[in-house]
Design a protein around this ligand. Structure first.
Ligand SMILES: NC(=O)C1=CN([C@@H]2O[C@H](COP(=O)(O)OP(=O)(O)OC[C@H]3O[C@@H](n4cnc5c(N)ncnc54)[C@H](OP(=O)(O)O)[C@@H]3O)[C@@H](O)[C@H]2O)C=CC1
Ligand SMILES: N[C@@H](CCC(=O)N[C@@H](CSC=O)C(=O)NCC(=O)O)C(=O)O
Ligand SMILES: [Zn+2]
Ligand SMILES: [Zn+2]
Length: 380
């Protein structure tokens, strides 16, 4: 029986309260309105940002909500005036929308899109209402315009991209965030060039994706900095030339001086992939005087601020940030999928764990373990 135009009751993981386990239960997902798309999610992974928001430190965090933003699936139905995807299309959800028409999209300067960001940050669809409610009839907030921790979700048409149907959904879900973010930060935001020296702080999926982006550009030195030695082997597999554990430096040496010493004065590019503001400072200060650029990717908790001596910038170091790797999801996802399919972009290598969706709380738990990069959850 067709579900088109009808509410769908399905399984989801609801975050009712900060810092509490998700509740796996049946929720009701309303049909898509105009310019909206209802997706049957097939796979979703858990990103550190989901854990960050669940922990309660995200100033935009709202409860109860349906988290999840690294997901792939199949379009179930579309609302009026949707022209870019159709039922049956295989898709990846996009937390960075691309409308192609707003000031941001038309600027040619950024991948940030202004079309749905305001309502996205308030946990509702562009008309100001949610499409989710629980069995008691209580509304549930959306998250990052995606909410992939539900068997069915509704997203804005600008927040979804159709992909090659031969691409395995249980791998390419990672292109919805972690892999794209790190890889794009290296090849787009920083635009690393052959021979450049690079340091990556934090060897999670995002950081290791920076590493593979830097390697693909021919960086001469790629130093991974992580407090967990278990990340050393992975770092080498993704292309790092060196690994430094800052907690194991000899007495009197700090990570900045160590990196400056290793690179004859500092790095061409550094990347923060930890979300720790002290690490962000180290990453900036390890840049080469005159031209080094430090890219902030990590997400820091509410109230945290970055600081450094202005002299660091006066003397030519540049501090910048990167969201979704500077990638425009609807224009550029197809290229990333091709890179994955032709073997030039590693994706499967990040999948350390697989679980049925009902085990989602275990996936959150293992995200905090050094031996896990990504857990991919499957609905069926
Ligand atoms: N800007 C954007 O568009 C995006 C930002 N993010 C953010 O990027 C960051 C990384 O995400 P993800 O890769 O999923 O996260 P992970 O938790 O998998 O990776 C972070 C890594 O940093 C390590 N680490 C923690 N503290 C330090 C430190 N002081 N020095 C060096 N290494 C440290 C962690 O070690 P350990 O394992 O021991 O904890 C871990 O290996 C997060 O803040 C996330 O919210 C994610 C996606 C998109
Ligand atoms: N809600 C947080 C901001 C979180 C944040 O910076 N998100 C990243 C993506 S993290 C993905 O895993 C991002 O792209 N931000 C740009 C945006 O438009 O949200 C807060 O308010 O601090
Ligand atoms: Zn993410
Ligand atoms: Zn736009």
């Amino acid at each position: 029986m067709s579900t088109v135009g009808k509410p769908i009751t399905c399984q989801a993981a609801v975050a009712y309260e900060a810092a509490k386990p998700l509740v796996v239960e049946e929720i009701v997902v309303d049909p898509p309105k105009a310019h909206e798309v209802r997706i049957k999610i097939i796979n979703t992974a858990v990103c550190h940002t989901d854990a960050y928001t669940l922990s309660g430190v995200d100033p935009e965090g709202l409860f109860p909500c349906v988290l999840g933003h690294e997901g792939s699936g199949i379009v179930e139905s579309v609302g009026d005036n949707v022209t870019t995807v159709k039922p049956g299309d295989h898709v990846v959800a996009l937390y960075t929308a691309e409308c192609g028409k707003c000031k941001f999209c038309l600027s040619g300067k950024t991948n940030l899109c202004g079309s749905v960001r305001a309502t996205q940050g308030k946990g509702v669809m562009p008309d100001g209402t949610p499409r989710f409610h629980n069995k008691k009839g209580e509304p549930l907030y959306h998250f990052m315009g995606c909410s992939t921790f539900s068997e069915y979700t509704v997203v804005a048409d600008v927040s979804v991209v159709a992909i090659d149907p031969t691409a395995p959904l249980d791998s390419v879900c990672l292109l919805g965030c972690g892999v794209t973010t790190g890889y794009g930060a290296a090849i787009k935001t920083a635009n690393v060039q052959k021979g450049d020296t690079v340091a990556v702080f934090g060897a999670g999926t995002v950081g290791l994706s920076v590493v593979q982006g830097a390697k693909s550009r021919g960086a001469s030195k790629i130093i991974v900095v992580d407090i967990n030695n278990d990340k050393k082997e992975w770092s080498a597999e993704f292309g790092a030339t060196d690994f430094v554990n800052p907690s194991e430096l000899p007495e009197g040496q700090d990570i900045v001086s160590k990196l400056v010493e290793m690179t004859d004065g500092g790095l061409d590019f550094t990347f923060d992939c930890t979300g720790n503001v002290n690490v962000m400072r180290d990453a900036l200060e390890a840049c080469h005087k005159g031209w080094g650029q430090s890219i902030i990717i990590g997400v820091a908790a509410a109230g945290k601020e970055i600081s450094t001596r202005p002299f660091q910038l006066v003397t030519g170091r540049v501090w910048k940030g990167s969201a979704f790797g500077g990638i425009k999801g609807r224009s550029e996802m197809g290229g990333l999928i091709k890179d994955y399919q032709n073997g030039s972009l590693k994706v499967d290598e990040f999948i350390t764990n697989r679980r049925p969706f009902v085990e989602i709380n275990d996936a959150f738990e293992e995200l905090h373990h050094g031996n896990c990069l990504r857990t991919v959850l499957s609905f069926k």
